[in-house]
Design a binder for this molecule. Structure first.
Ligand code: FE2
Length: 167
């Protein structure tokens, strides 16, 4: 079987019932998801450090819960890429090129941080959702399962942040 350009030469062929082209397509989507998740992790940890104002304690602790969850999430995404036969992106340059998350400039006000995190979680949810039909049609259940879990977390977290912006 011919290999796509994107796939590195490895010692042994991967034979898991997902074709070379499908694996490359899924890996492309997972790489965006990994970069988005890592970038959102960093933004959330940044806001944990730098948040100020009367909501300090609430937001400082809430952001800690969220960045810890995001930090733990990057590993299974990267390892799914590896299981599909490709190298996982792992540099800031690669993440900057792949991520769709808009990074903060300076130190935003507390509620602007919340707004940016809502947008961030919504962006990751859209990245995960756009990959879902690709994984499903390729019969890649582990990736579909991973995407379902990530969608659940990002949509729930976006809700929890969004309500902080209500009067
Ligand atoms: Fe801390």
């Amino acid at each position: 079987m011919a290999k796509t350009k994107a796939e590195p030469q490895t010692g042994s062929m991967i034979d898991i019932g997902i074709g070379t082209k499908d694996r490359a397509k899924i890996v492309e989507g997972l790489s965006h998801l990994l970069a988005d998740t890592y970038t959102l992790y960093l933004m959330t940890h940044n806001f944990h450090w730098n948040v100020t104002g009367p909501m300090f304690n609430t937001l400082h602790l809430m952001f800690m819960t969220q960045y810890t969850e995001l930090w733990n999430a990057v590993d299974p995404i990267a390892e799914r890429v590896r299981a599909l036969g490709h190298p996982a992106p792992g540099t800031y340059a690669q993440f900057a090129a792949l991520s769709r998350i808009k990074e903060p400039e300076g130190v935003p006000k507390a509620l602007d941080m919340v707004q940016m995190l809502v947008k961030g979680h919504e962006t990751v949810a859209k990245t995960a959702r756009s990959l879902f039909p690709v994984a499903e049609s390729a019969g890649d259940q582990p990736t579909a399962d991973l995407l379902t879990q990530r969608l659940n977390v990002h949509e729930k977290t976006a809700w929890m942040l969004r309500v902080l912006l209500e009067n």
